[in-house]
Design a binder for this molecule. Structure first.
Ligand code: CTP
Ligand code: CA
Length: 235
Protein backbone atom coordinates (compact mmCIF):
# COMPACT_ATOMS: atom_id res chain seq x y z
CA UNK A 1 0.00 0.00 0.00
CA UNK A 2 0.83 3.68 0.18
CA UNK A 3 3.13 5.05 2.92
CA UNK A 4 0.04 6.57 4.59
CA UNK A 5 -1.67 3.17 4.48
CA UNK A 6 1.36 1.55 6.05
CA UNK A 7 1.32 4.01 8.95
CA UNK A 8 -2.43 3.64 9.51
CA UNK A 9 -3.11 0.08 8.34
CA UNK A 10 -6.52 0.03 10.06
CA UNK A 11 -7.83 3.29 8.58
CA UNK A 12 -11.48 2.80 7.63
CA UNK A 13 -11.75 -0.31 9.82
CA UNK A 14 -13.84 -0.83 12.93
CA UNK A 15 -12.28 -2.88 15.71
CA UNK A 16 -14.33 -3.99 18.73
CA UNK A 17 -12.43 -4.83 21.91
CA UNK A 18 -13.81 -6.31 25.13
CA UNK A 19 -11.77 -5.75 28.26
CA UNK A 20 -11.71 -6.05 32.04
CA UNK A 21 -13.40 -8.55 34.31
CA UNK A 22 -17.11 -9.29 34.46
CA UNK A 23 -18.88 -9.14 37.83
CA UNK A 24 -21.72 -11.49 38.71
CA UNK A 25 -23.99 -10.12 41.46
CA UNK A 26 -25.03 -12.11 44.52
CA UNK A 27 -27.07 -9.30 46.08
CA UNK A 28 -27.12 -5.47 45.79
CA UNK A 29 -23.72 -5.13 47.48
CA UNK A 30 -21.79 -8.29 46.56
CA UNK A 31 -20.49 -9.94 43.43
CA UNK A 32 -18.21 -12.69 42.15
CA UNK A 33 -15.36 -11.14 40.20
CA UNK A 34 -11.87 -11.82 38.92
CA UNK A 35 -8.44 -10.20 38.88
CA UNK A 36 -8.43 -8.85 35.32
CA UNK A 37 -7.12 -5.26 35.34
CA UNK A 38 -8.17 -4.42 31.78
CA UNK A 39 -4.65 -3.12 31.00
CA UNK A 40 -4.12 -5.42 28.01
CA UNK A 41 -7.50 -4.45 26.55
CA UNK A 42 -6.79 -0.74 26.98
CA UNK A 43 -3.37 -1.22 25.33
CA UNK A 44 -5.06 -3.05 22.43
CA UNK A 45 -7.53 -0.17 22.01
CA UNK A 46 -4.70 2.39 22.01
CA UNK A 47 -2.82 0.34 19.38
CA UNK A 48 -5.94 0.03 17.22
CA UNK A 49 -6.59 3.80 17.44
CA UNK A 50 -2.93 4.45 16.61
CA UNK A 51 -3.33 2.25 13.52
CA UNK A 52 -6.26 4.40 12.41
CA UNK A 53 -9.21 2.18 13.40
CA UNK A 54 -12.56 3.25 14.81
CA UNK A 55 -12.62 1.45 18.16
CA UNK A 56 -15.72 0.17 19.95
CA UNK A 57 -14.54 -0.57 23.50
CA UNK A 58 -16.74 -2.78 25.68
CA UNK A 59 -15.59 -2.41 29.27
CA UNK A 60 -16.36 -4.78 32.10
CA UNK A 61 -14.71 -3.81 35.40
CA UNK A 62 -11.41 -1.97 34.73
CA UNK A 63 -8.71 -0.95 37.17
CA UNK A 64 -7.39 1.58 34.66
CA UNK A 65 -8.94 4.42 32.68
CA UNK A 66 -10.75 3.44 29.46
CA UNK A 67 -8.94 4.49 26.28
CA UNK A 68 -9.63 8.11 25.24
CA UNK A 69 -10.87 8.21 21.65
CA UNK A 70 -12.74 4.90 21.73
CA UNK A 71 -16.54 4.51 21.68
CA UNK A 72 -17.18 3.22 25.20
CA UNK A 73 -19.90 0.84 26.39
CA UNK A 74 -19.77 -0.19 30.06
CA UNK A 75 -21.13 -3.60 31.13
CA UNK A 76 -21.14 -5.52 34.39
CA UNK A 77 -22.12 -9.16 33.88
CA UNK A 78 -21.25 -11.79 31.27
CA UNK A 79 -24.83 -11.68 30.01
CA UNK A 80 -24.63 -7.91 29.46
CA UNK A 81 -21.25 -8.36 27.76
CA UNK A 82 -22.77 -11.03 25.52
CA UNK A 83 -25.64 -8.82 24.40
CA UNK A 84 -23.45 -5.81 23.56
CA UNK A 85 -20.70 -7.91 21.93
CA UNK A 86 -23.07 -9.84 19.63
CA UNK A 87 -24.58 -6.51 18.54
CA UNK A 88 -21.38 -4.52 17.98
CA UNK A 89 -19.61 -7.47 16.32
CA UNK A 90 -22.10 -7.17 13.45
CA UNK A 91 -20.58 -3.86 12.44
CA UNK A 92 -16.94 -4.70 13.07
CA UNK A 93 -14.07 -5.78 10.86
CA UNK A 94 -12.35 -7.36 13.85
CA UNK A 95 -13.33 -8.42 17.36
CA UNK A 96 -10.76 -8.90 20.10
CA UNK A 97 -12.11 -10.73 23.17
CA UNK A 98 -9.67 -9.63 25.86
CA UNK A 99 -12.29 -9.54 28.64
CA UNK A 100 -12.07 -12.06 31.48
CA UNK A 101 -15.59 -13.48 31.36
CA UNK A 102 -16.96 -15.28 34.43
CA UNK A 103 -17.56 -18.91 33.50
CA UNK A 104 -20.31 -19.17 36.13
CA UNK A 105 -22.82 -16.93 37.84
CA UNK A 106 -24.95 -17.41 40.97
CA UNK A 107 -28.23 -19.03 39.96
CA UNK A 108 -30.23 -16.52 41.98
CA UNK A 109 -29.59 -12.87 42.81
CA UNK A 110 -31.12 -11.57 46.03
CA UNK A 111 -33.01 -8.26 45.69
CA UNK A 112 -32.05 -7.43 49.25
CA UNK A 113 -28.76 -7.68 51.12
CA UNK A 114 -28.09 -11.21 52.37
CA UNK A 115 -27.91 -11.08 56.21
CA UNK A 116 -26.15 -13.36 58.67
CA UNK A 117 -28.50 -15.70 60.48
CA UNK A 118 -28.60 -16.56 64.20
CA UNK A 119 -29.57 -20.20 63.62
CA UNK A 120 -26.10 -21.09 62.32
CA UNK A 121 -27.31 -21.73 58.74
CA UNK A 122 -24.76 -20.42 56.24
CA UNK A 123 -25.72 -19.44 52.71
CA UNK A 124 -24.90 -21.87 49.90
CA UNK A 125 -24.16 -20.36 46.50
CA UNK A 126 -25.20 -22.46 43.52
CA UNK A 127 -23.46 -21.55 40.28
CA UNK A 128 -24.72 -21.95 36.73
CA UNK A 129 -22.77 -21.69 33.47
CA UNK A 130 -22.56 -18.43 31.59
CA UNK A 131 -22.84 -18.40 27.80
CA UNK A 132 -19.56 -18.67 25.86
CA UNK A 133 -19.57 -15.33 24.06
CA UNK A 134 -16.58 -16.10 21.84
CA UNK A 135 -18.18 -19.32 20.59
CA UNK A 136 -21.47 -17.48 19.96
CA UNK A 137 -19.80 -14.69 18.02
CA UNK A 138 -18.05 -17.29 15.84
CA UNK A 139 -21.44 -18.99 15.25
CA UNK A 140 -23.04 -15.62 14.41
CA UNK A 141 -20.27 -14.94 11.88
CA UNK A 142 -21.18 -18.11 10.01
CA UNK A 143 -24.44 -16.35 9.04
CA UNK A 144 -23.49 -12.66 8.97
CA UNK A 145 -19.92 -13.00 7.63
CA UNK A 146 -18.79 -10.37 10.11
CA UNK A 147 -16.41 -9.70 11.79
CA UNK A 148 -13.75 -10.94 9.38
CA UNK A 149 -11.20 -11.47 12.14
CA UNK A 150 -11.99 -12.82 15.63
CA UNK A 151 -9.27 -12.93 18.28
CA UNK A 152 -9.57 -14.78 21.59
CA UNK A 153 -7.37 -14.76 24.67
CA UNK A 154 -6.49 -17.64 26.96
CA UNK A 155 -4.71 -17.80 30.28
CA UNK A 156 -3.28 -21.28 30.83
CA UNK A 157 -1.11 -22.78 33.56
CA UNK A 158 -0.55 -26.19 32.02
CA UNK A 159 -1.17 -29.27 34.18
CA UNK A 160 -0.42 -33.01 34.35
CA UNK A 161 -2.32 -33.59 31.10
CA UNK A 162 -0.87 -30.93 28.82
CA UNK A 163 1.45 -27.93 28.42
CA UNK A 164 0.05 -24.39 28.23
CA UNK A 165 0.72 -24.49 24.46
CA UNK A 166 -1.25 -27.71 24.01
CA UNK A 167 -4.15 -26.32 26.07
CA UNK A 168 -4.03 -23.17 23.94
CA UNK A 169 -4.12 -25.11 20.69
CA UNK A 170 -7.10 -27.15 21.91
CA UNK A 171 -8.86 -23.94 22.95
CA UNK A 172 -8.22 -22.32 19.54
CA UNK A 173 -9.88 -25.34 17.88
CA UNK A 174 -12.77 -25.44 20.32
CA UNK A 175 -13.56 -21.73 20.07
CA UNK A 176 -13.22 -21.48 16.28
CA UNK A 177 -11.59 -18.03 16.38
CA UNK A 178 -8.81 -16.97 13.99
CA UNK A 179 -6.09 -16.04 16.51
CA UNK A 180 -5.71 -17.07 20.13
CA UNK A 181 -3.43 -15.00 22.35
CA UNK A 182 -2.00 -17.38 24.91
CA UNK A 183 -0.84 -16.12 28.30
CA UNK A 184 1.03 -18.50 30.55
CA UNK A 185 -0.21 -17.73 34.05
CA UNK A 186 1.05 -18.61 37.50
CA UNK A 187 4.34 -17.44 39.08
CA UNK A 188 2.65 -14.02 39.57
CA UNK A 189 2.71 -13.54 35.80
CA UNK A 190 0.29 -11.36 33.84
CA UNK A 191 -2.48 -10.13 36.16
CA UNK A 192 -2.16 -6.38 36.67
CA UNK A 193 1.41 -6.28 35.36
CA UNK A 194 2.61 -3.75 32.80
CA UNK A 195 4.69 -6.28 30.91
CA UNK A 196 3.67 -9.63 29.52
CA UNK A 197 4.70 -12.54 27.33
CA UNK A 198 2.20 -14.09 24.95
CA UNK A 199 2.21 -16.69 22.22
CA UNK A 200 0.03 -15.93 19.20
CA UNK A 201 -1.65 -19.09 17.88
CA UNK A 202 -3.07 -18.92 14.34
CA UNK A 203 -5.94 -21.10 13.11
CA UNK A 204 -4.67 -20.46 9.57
CA UNK A 205 -1.63 -22.60 10.31
CA UNK A 206 1.10 -19.97 10.86
CA UNK A 207 3.77 -21.01 13.37
CA UNK A 208 3.11 -19.89 16.96
CA UNK A 209 4.80 -16.50 17.56
CA UNK A 210 5.99 -15.62 21.07
CA UNK A 211 6.12 -11.91 21.85
CA UNK A 212 7.29 -10.35 25.10
CA UNK A 213 7.50 -6.78 26.32
CA UNK A 214 5.18 -4.09 27.57
CA UNK A 215 1.44 -4.64 27.12
CA UNK A 216 1.67 -1.66 24.72
CA UNK A 217 4.27 -3.28 22.46
CA UNK A 218 2.52 -6.67 22.59
CA UNK A 219 -0.73 -4.92 21.62
CA UNK A 220 0.98 -3.34 18.60
CA UNK A 221 2.14 -6.78 17.39
CA UNK A 222 -1.37 -8.23 17.79
CA UNK A 223 -2.96 -5.31 15.89
CA UNK A 224 -0.34 -5.66 13.13
CA UNK A 225 -1.39 -9.32 12.75
CA UNK A 226 -5.06 -8.29 12.61
CA UNK A 227 -4.31 -5.59 10.02
CA UNK A 228 -2.36 -8.07 7.88
CA UNK A 229 -5.30 -10.52 8.00
CA UNK A 230 -7.76 -7.79 6.98
CA UNK A 231 -5.56 -6.55 4.13
CA UNK A 232 -5.87 -2.99 2.83
CA UNK A 233 -9.28 -1.41 3.19
CA UNK A 234 -9.62 -0.84 -0.56
CA UNK A 235 -9.49 -4.65 -1.12
N1 CTP B 1 -14.81 -16.20 26.81
C1 CTP B 1 -16.08 -15.87 26.41
N2 CTP B 1 -17.17 -16.25 27.15
C2 CTP B 1 -17.01 -16.99 28.28
C3 CTP B 1 -15.72 -17.37 28.69
C4 CTP B 1 -14.63 -16.95 27.93
O1 CTP B 1 -16.23 -15.20 25.38
N3 CTP B 1 -18.08 -17.34 28.97
C5 CTP B 1 -13.68 -15.80 25.99
C6 CTP B 1 -12.63 -14.95 26.68
O2 CTP B 1 -12.91 -13.57 26.52
C7 CTP B 1 -11.35 -15.34 25.96
C8 CTP B 1 -11.60 -16.77 25.54
O3 CTP B 1 -13.02 -16.96 25.58
O4 CTP B 1 -11.15 -14.58 24.80
C9 CTP B 1 -10.96 -17.81 26.38
O5 CTP B 1 -11.32 -17.64 27.74
P1 CTP B 1 -10.92 -18.76 28.76
O6 CTP B 1 -11.46 -18.41 30.10
O7 CTP B 1 -9.44 -19.00 28.62
O8 CTP B 1 -11.68 -20.02 28.10
P2 CTP B 1 -12.77 -21.00 28.64
O9 CTP B 1 -13.42 -21.58 27.44
O10 CTP B 1 -13.64 -20.34 29.65
O11 CTP B 1 -11.90 -22.16 29.28
P3 CTP B 1 -11.41 -22.44 30.80
O12 CTP B 1 -12.27 -23.57 31.24
O13 CTP B 1 -9.96 -22.78 30.60
O14 CTP B 1 -11.60 -21.18 31.61
CA1 CA C 1 -12.92 -19.28 31.56
Amino acid sequence: GTPAGAARPLAGRTVTITAGGTREPLDPVRFLGNRSSGKQGVALAAAALQAGATVQFIAAHLEVQPPPGAQLTVVETAEELREVTLKLAQRSDALIMAAAVADFRPDTVSDTKVKKRDDGENPVITLIRNPDILVEVVQQRAELESPAVIVGFAAETGDDDATPLAHGQQKLQRKGCDLLILNRVGRSLVFGQDSTEVTILDAGGAEPETVSGSKTSVAAVILARVAAMLGTSSD
